[in-house]
Design a protein. Sequence first.
Length: 177
Amino acid sequence: MSKTARIGIVTVSDRAFAGVYADEGGPAIRDYFARALASPWEAVTRLVPDERSRIAETLRELSDREGCCLVVTTGGTGPAPRDVTPEATGDVLEKPMPGFGELMRQVSLAKVPTAILSRQTAGIRGRTLIVNLPGRPRAIAECLDAVMPAIPYCIDLIEGPRLETDPAVIAAFRPKA
């Protein structure tokens, strides 16, 4: 029996935090993983305002205390003054993984020219992979489709639980032994 993976899902939004509108990003991520993952997992969700210290503390909590092997954020990756998710993520990372952001921007640019304004990043904190995603549900799915093939192997390399994907949805890549 495989260990249940804990996956942190963090929505960063002043307006959703204040109740001005419903969070759509967090549920979109949860729905994506419900379709894509074949191994046992549970979501650990958080909704925080666009405040660098709050975002960083939430990432530390999910990594260090909640034991999440993967934490994905949605929102706060644009150029607006309150968009500080990449900076907060950088505050807690031990190893940057710039290829994730590069690939997400590349696939997004094929859809919309303003994707170059997106500042998603990723990296490792302890035994946790942290990935910043955009805020729009359609962009979330496009970006996860791009990076998900590498996520299970990255989790393997940082000694996390084995994540298996449903190959009918998305195939994980692992080198042949």
